[in-house]
Design a protein around this ligand. Structure first.
Ligand code: NAD
Length: 383
């Protein structure tokens, strides 16, 4: 990531959006502020900066549910001993094309890139490589890892479990059995064009979206949740149980579940993510209660070694143009390829700042105070 090459022109501001007060903060001071929190909480300066950078990148790309909103959660995991600062991954199996890696419950922003770097290095040498990662702290937005591989010219594919977080009902079922188990594929493109990055949770919505809806923000899509009697619903209390408007949300309290996306097909893909990301890796698939750990199975492919006729990149361009030239359907301005929405929003938010609901910002500043960040620094980031 090269976030720091572009200077931010925006300044902090607040604005009412619907009934939610939004605080907009330029991305570079936000990275520094999050880094200061983790620095005070026992991470090395390098790790603290990485956590800040990856969390803010999730906000920049529009995946606010995986951005700085996670700061208080990470801090709770740290206090409980569920996450350990400054870990180095352990290699359990190491062949020319395969690495079995233990993340030792380090921050995902540390052990994630270490594991992906091993996969990239092996792939560059062998043309094709796979890694498994077990016992990783939250690895956030999986698209980060696809972008890291694409920057080296590699295709990559990821199957992930978020074991310890049990939220999703399988197709045809009512009870929670799955995590939001993300799946991701990245394809590099030549001539400096951004990669194609398909990156999504296999649930109809990420839990963060239910959280937002429960706080009066954007409503959930129709039928995103299922109640214990099998009724489809958009009511967040199915996930959290009854809650006070300003009170906490605990997804272990609800009787319902998020539905897997895409009916039997999405539910099947979620199962594969649990089995490859959870069972094959040794991480364990989703169950509760258990210590949170992301498990990830990733495959890296070097197109330069396959594409002897130098056909791939030109054919991607031809096909993407053909794909995007489909006439827009009602309610759509244009056809986009995966990765395009994130690239556009990233440019916009790098220029104009990261909008955060004021209660999210309040929870982050409360966490900052807990670790001893000064009022002066807190005031400066929003002043
Ligand atoms: P989402 O529903 O926003 O879908 C995102 C994907 O759809 C992207 O590839 C995007 O480019 C593409 N997309 C969006 N709009 C498009 C359009 N109009 N045309 C074409 N493509 C379009 O994502 P999500 O399911 O809410 O997941 C959000 C993030 O959460 C992801 O980055 C995922 O990796 C992450 N996640 C992480 C974990 C974890 O445990 N670490 C668990 C679940 C999800």
């Amino acid at each position: 990531m090269r976030l720091r090459q572009k200077r931010t022109r925006s300044s902090p501001s607040t604005e009412l959006q619907g009934n939610v007060l939004m605080v907009t903060i330029p991305y570079e001071p936000l990275i520094d502020f999050v880094a200061a929190i983790f620095d005070r909480a026992g991470s090395s300066a390098a790790e603290a900066e990485r956590i800040g950078r990856y969390l803010v990148t999730a906000n920049l790309t529009g995946h606010d549910s995986h951005g700085v909103i996670r700061v208080p959660v990470y801090m709770r995991w740290l206090r409980n001993g569920d996450i350990v600062p400054d870990r180095t991954v352990q290699l359990l199996v190491d062949t020319p094309s395969l690495a079995v890696i233990d993340g030792c419950f380090g921050y995902g922003q540390t052990v994630g890139p270490q594991a992906v770097a091993i996969g990239i290095e092996k792939c560059k040498a062998a043309g094709l490589a796979a890694i498994t990662l077990r016992n990783s702290g939250h690895i956030g937005r999986i698209g980060d890892w696809a972008e890291m591989a694409a920057a080296e010219g590699l295709v990559s594919i990821y199957f992930v479990t978020a074991a310890g977080s049990i939220l999703v009902a399988p197709y045809g079922g009512v009870d929670r059995r799955l995590s939001t188990a993300p799946y991701c594929v990245g394809i590099p493109r030549g001539n400096g064009r951004p990669p194609i990055v398909l990156d999504f949770a296999t649930s109809m919505v990420a839990e963060g979206k239910a959280l937002v809806a429960s706080r009066g923000g954007k409503k959930l899509p129709k039928g995103a949740l299922i109640g214990p009697d099998g009724t489809l619903s958009e009511d967040p209390t199915l996930l959290y149980g009854p809650y006070e408007a300003q009170g906490p949300r605990d997804h272990s309290k609800g009787l319902g579940a998020i539905r897997a996306f895409g009916e039997h097909k999405g539910s099947g893909l979620a199962l594969i993510c649990e089995l490859l990301g959870g069972a094959l890796t040794g991480n364990g698939a989703t169950s509760a209660p258990r210590r949170f750990a992301n498990g990830m199975f990733a495959i890296f492919i070097d197109p330069a070694r396959i594409d002897v006729g130098e056909f791939f990149d030109g054919e991607i361009s031809r096909y993407v143009d053909f794909f995007k030239a489909s006439r827009p359907a009602a309610g759509h301005d244009e056809v986009l390829v995966p990765g395009e929405p994130e690239a556009r929003l990233r440019a916009e938010r790098m220029a104009n700042g990261v909008p955060l609901p004021d209660d999210t910002w309040a929870a982050i500043t409360a966490t900052a105070r807990d670790v001893g960040i000064s009022e002066d620094l807190i005031t400066r980031v929003t002043a």
